[in-house]
Design a protein. Structure first.
Length: 238
C-alpha cells in the first residue's frame, strides 16, 4: 500500500484509512477488498492450514498497526512540512488545542523535539524464557536481547509465566503516538501474567532511560513472546 501512496494512486487520507482497515481485518477477503481498485502489486494472501487462519490474521493485523505507527509520520510529511531534528528524523506534529478544549482540561505541555528514536518497523522482538531487551539501545540490531542482568526494560520470566516491565506499563487508550503515553497516568510496575497477554494488545511502556515506548503484542506462547516496539525521544523523567 505504501508503494501505491508513493506512486500517487492514493491520497494521504485514503492511505491512512486503508492501512487502519487492514489492521482490523479478520479475513483475507477484507484485505483483498482494500486493493480491488488498485493495479498490482497486491499482497499475497496464501491459504492457511485449518485452525491457523484466525491466528495468522491477528498477527498480520498487529504488524500492520506497527507499520502504521512508523509510516504515519511519512504520510503526514507528504501533506505538511514538519521540522527535522539534527539527526534528520522528522519531529512528530504536536496537536493543537482549541480554546474550548483548553477550558475543559489543561494537559501538561508536550516537550520539545518529540521524534521516533527507533522502531522495529515490520520486524519483531522475540523474548524467550529468561530473555530481556534494552529498549533504549540504538546500536545493536538485536536490541541487546539476551539473558544478561542489566538494562532489561522488558523481560520474560525463566518459567515463562510472566512478562516484567520495570519502568512501568499501561494499556494504550488513545492514538498510537507519543502524546498518548505522555499523558497516561495509570502506569503500573506489576508483572503481567502470560495468560493475560493477547495478540494485538497495545501498551505504553516506560524505559529505565525515561523514554516512552508503544509496544504491540504479536504472539504469545510458553516458548516466546513476540512484539513490536516504537521508542520515542526525548526522555521524560517521571
Amino acid at each position: 500500500m505504501q508503494r501505491h501512496l508513493g506512486a500517487g494512486r492514493l491520497q494521504v487520507a485514503e492511505f491512512v484509512e486503508r492501512f487502519a482497515a487492514a489492521a482490523g481485518a479478520v479475513s483475507a477477503a477484507e484485505i483483498a477488498a482494500l486493493f480491488a481498485d488498485l493495479p498490482p502489486p497486491h499482497p499475497k494472501l496464501l491459504e492457511a492450514p485449518p485452525g491457523h487462519t484466525r491466528r495468522n490474521l491477528v498477527i498480520v493485523g498487529a504488524v500492520a498497526v506497527l507499520a502504521l505507527v512508523g509510516l504515519l509520520g511519512f504520510a503526514i510529511g507528504r501533506g505538511q512540512t514538519a521540522p527535522a531534528t539534527s539527526s534528520g528524523v522528522v519531529a512528530a506534529p504536536v496537536p493543537s488545542v482549541s480554546p474550548t478544549e483548553s477550558a475543559v482540561e489543561s494537559p501538561r505541555a508536550l516537550p520539545d523535539g518529540v521524534a521516533v528514536r527507533r522502531s522495529t518497523g515490520p520486524g519483531l522482538i522475540t523474548l524467550r524464557p529468561s530473555d530481556g531487551v534494552d529498549l533504549d539501545d540504538v546500536t545493536d540490531p538485536g536490541w541487546k536481547v539476551g539473558t544478561g542482568c542489566c538494562d532489561r526494560d522488558v523481560g520474560f520470566g525463566a518459567d515463562a509465566r510472566q512478562m516484567s516491565i520495570g519502568g512501568g506499563h499501561a494499556v494504550a487508550t488513545g492514538p498510537l503516538e507519543f502524546a498518548t503515553c505522555f499523558h497516561e497516568t495509570a502506569y503500573s510496575d506489576a508483572a503481567i501474567e502470560r495468560g493475560s497477554l493477547r495478540p494485538g494488545e497495545t501498551m505504553c511502556v516506560r524505559t529505565d532511560g525515561h523514554r516512552f515506548v508503544i509496544v504491540t503484542i504479536v504472539d504469545v506462547s510458553e516458548q516466546a513472546v513476540e512484539f513490536g516496539a516504537t521508542v520515542w525521544d526525548p526522555p521524560v523523567p517521571s
